[in-house]
Design a protein. Sequence first.
Length: 406
Amino acid sequence: MKYRDLSIQTQREAPNNARTEGFAFLVRAGYLTRENAPTQLGKHTLDHLHELSNNASFLSKLSLPTTGNEHEIFFPIASGSIEVAHCSECKYTERLELARFAKSVKATGESPLPIEKVLTPDCHTIEALANFLGVPKEKTAKALMYTRLADNKFVFVVVRGDMQLSEAKLKQHVGEVRPATAEEIERSGAAAGYASPVGLKETWIVVDDLIPQSPNLVAGANESGYHLKNTNYGRDYSAVIVADVVQAESGNTCINCGNPLSVTPAISLVSRSSYHFENILLALAEAHHDPKGLTLPHPAAPFDVYLMHVPGKEMDTRAKADEIHNSLQSAGISVLFDDREERAGVKFNDADLIGCPIRVTVGEKALKQGMVELKPRKEKDNHLIRLTGLTSLASQAEFWDLIKDA
């Protein structure tokens, strides 16, 4: 394909809105606009990646540092919109909102105590309640109230006060929900800010699986300004669902091996066998670049070869470059032919930015010796190879053997 056919516009400077080095180089090399929209070159590359994905082992050939599970593969990146929990020891990996962890039970063997109603003015939060009563947060019960979209069922959720609810986990058990209205809360018998599952009516109660193991918790009295001390699951209330519904956080214990979990931002490359090709392109740029530009590996690069000619004074270098272009294409090698009448330095800079694995330069000095210049993108030095080696290719394998021996 010809350089000008793709209307490639490279840039010498990184865009002001560049979130990462990889994104900056994708813009500078002309794969993306500053607004993150694929250009003609970008669309060609995405189509190329889509074609490669027909091979089940496609992603493993891209030399990307990924992590994941059987349902989803992630690429860690500081600007990622997804938080991922990961165990460096056993490699357990999951989206943070769905990650499981080993929970700590801090009151084993404690006998249930009689329930006691106490005055707790202005204790609308767990922190205020714990401070007022002089108890740790893990001795309190946090109430969260929702309405299920499917049937308008009032859903009352209880988690331990030192935990945070994961709405993603909750939705796995009850379906899509929305926050309950003040009217719905009042109708159930609860009181906002002082709510508990004790004595509620027409309510779908869901408790985290740590609650039955946590005796004598402080919970709301369903009366403004009051709480109940020593509430116990099973004795004072029961639930329709007992399940893991709390959010993991960094440092939690891995459910599989007991080592601490770490949390990192990431983007999703594959989810349930569906590839996210624009994310894969960004991951390639993040993982494969140097100070001069992209260094895309074969077969991820949209073109195997960046072919260019340097205009000569005595020889028609363009004609020889055309001959090489036709030979490479006939052998099944993808080529980006920079046929512009530009200075050599401009072409070299653009070749480095775009990042094809191999650059072939057709110049007068080498041609006089029957040679052309070959430079692998990741190597420092150029190599001279015989022109006839590139103009008489019979297959892709022959080309890559030629590169290997150069």
